[in-house]
Ligand binder design. Structure first.
Ligand code: FAD
Length: 399
């Protein structure tokens, strides 16, 4: 019975360990996590945990009962593949099969590191540091109008803080959505009483203030930086595990790395999607839930000689911002045809993307049925009638 070591005790690592047991793996499973806390879920950090409505988001998993050896506060610093060992401060840990699930780490603002009052939002410790900032109803500058910036701004407004969001791009969610889709979302900030400054970069951050490149100076009791995240893979440099753009582990369609006994899953790894004809690097929760099942199945297939499972999901994520439930399924490219369902100035609307008449992605704002039905159509690579799909009174499944 070979031993499996999983590096990273976030969603993807925990789900891998659990899926191994669920699928009948009886060998030793060790889960190594750098953070000292009982493994927890991240989405509540920018929502209930931040507002003090929930203390913790710990996973409800009985590690001991499942025979999973959980070692917390253990950072893995290197991989020596020839020896089949990973290095930690507490000494080397041998493995037969290794799973990389180290997630991502947030990008920092150059020059802002170590400046008092500057925060990131990735970990439970980050959220706990931000709670009193919100409770004090401080004046807050948020750098970045992406998913994290929008969710944090929502919570900060709910807590009564004065909020200014500074975004370098000319619109919100510039990394995820085209201008015509994102443009109406800017109004959500104003509606919630948050100031939004787009098309301007931060020149420097000093204690108590943020200097913008256009010369303006913003008072800031606290600064929250949400400008993206990169795979936490620095420790793999020179290990023989191939790393690609953004430092992502390059996994194949079975979520296996360039080393056959090493698998990779979650925010740290990219994988090729035949469905979309592209390599995807997905930084969303559902990918950290689904991918581990494929990894576990393929570890078991290696032992039993069964066929390898291919991972080619329809990516899905959600965001809760400014009182709205925003959901997205699929993957779109610039050349896809965009169809609107409903008025983007209204409370509920959707957008569909079609490629050669086939639905490839859907964005739903307050229309969870569109999302659920659209997701099934995307999975089935179903053709839809563009006229019916653009009519919000026609159920998407009948389009
Ligand atoms: P992570 O959750 O980052 O876990 C990786 C773990 O590995 C971490 O605990 C880290 O400390 C540990 N680690 C890293 N390096 C090492 C090392 N060298 N040795 C040992 N351990 C290591 N997605 C959605 O779809 N919807 C949402 O609403 C949503 N909200 C979010 C809100 C916040 C505030 C954040 C930060 C993320 C949110 N996400 C959301 C994204 C989602 O949480 C991530 O996609 C998911 O957590 C990825 O899981 P993961 O296990 O791959 O990585």
């Amino acid at each position: 019975r070979p031993s499996v070591v999983v590096v990273g005790a976030g969603m993807a690592g925990v789900q891998t360990a659990v899926a191994l047991r669920e699928q009948g793996f009886t060998g030793p499973v060790t889960l190594l996590g750098a953070e000292p806390h009982q493994p927890y879920d991240r989405p509540p950090l920018s929502k209930a945990v931040l507002l003090g409505k929930a203390e913790t988001a710990a996973f409800d998993v009985d590690f001991e009962g499942l025979g999973i050896e959980l070692r917390l506060g253990v950072e893995v610093t290197g991989l020596r593949a020839a020896a089949r060992q990973v290095d930690t401060e507490a000494g080397p840990v041998p493995y037969d099969v290794l799973v990389l699930a180290t997630g991502a780490q947030p990008l920092t603002l150059p020059g802002a590191e170590g400046v008092p009052g500057v925060h990131l939002l990735r970990t439970l410790d980050d959220a706990e540091r931000l709670r009193p900032v919100l409770a004090a109803a401080s004046e807050i500058v948020v750098v970045g109008a992406g998913w994290i910036g929008a969710e944090f701004a929502t919570a900060a407004r709910e807590a009564g803080c004065a909020v200014t969001v500074v975004e370098a791009a000319d619109r919100v969610l510039a990394g995820a959505l085209p201008a015509e889709v994102a443009a109406p979302m800017a109004a959500w900030y104003a509606e919630a009483g948050a100031r939004l400054e787009t098309g301007v970069t931060v020149e420097s951050v000093e204690p108590g203030r943020v200097r913008l490149a256009d010369g303006r100076v913003l008072d800031a009791g606290a600064v929250v930086v949400g400008i993206g995240a990169r795979p936490a893979t620095g420790w793999l440099a020179g290990s023989g595990v191939e790393l690609g753009p953004q430092g992502a582990v390059v996994a194949d369609e079975h979520l296996r790395t360039s080393l056959p006994e090493v698998h990779a899953v979650g925010d740290c790894a990219s994988f090729p999607s035949a469905r979309y004809g592209a390599r995807l690097l997905v930084h969303h929760w559902d990918n950290a839930l689904q991918g581990p099942r494929t990894v576990a199945a393929n570890i078991l297939a290696d032992l039993g000689g069964g066929p390898q499972q291919v991972y080619d999901p329809v990516p899905y994520f959600w965001s809760e911002q400014f009182g709205r439930f925003v959901q997205y399924a699929g993957h779109h490219a610039g050349a896809d045809t965009l169809l609107r369902r409903g008025d983007p100035a209204g409370a509920a609307w959707s957008v569909c993307w079609l490629r050669e008449g086939v639905l490839v992605a859907v964005l739903a704002v307050g229309r969870p049925r569109d999302l659920a039905q659209g997701r099934k159509l995307i999975e089935a690579a179903a053709a839809v009638d563009p006229v019916r799909a653009a009519d919000p009174s026609v159920p998407l499944k009948s389009a």
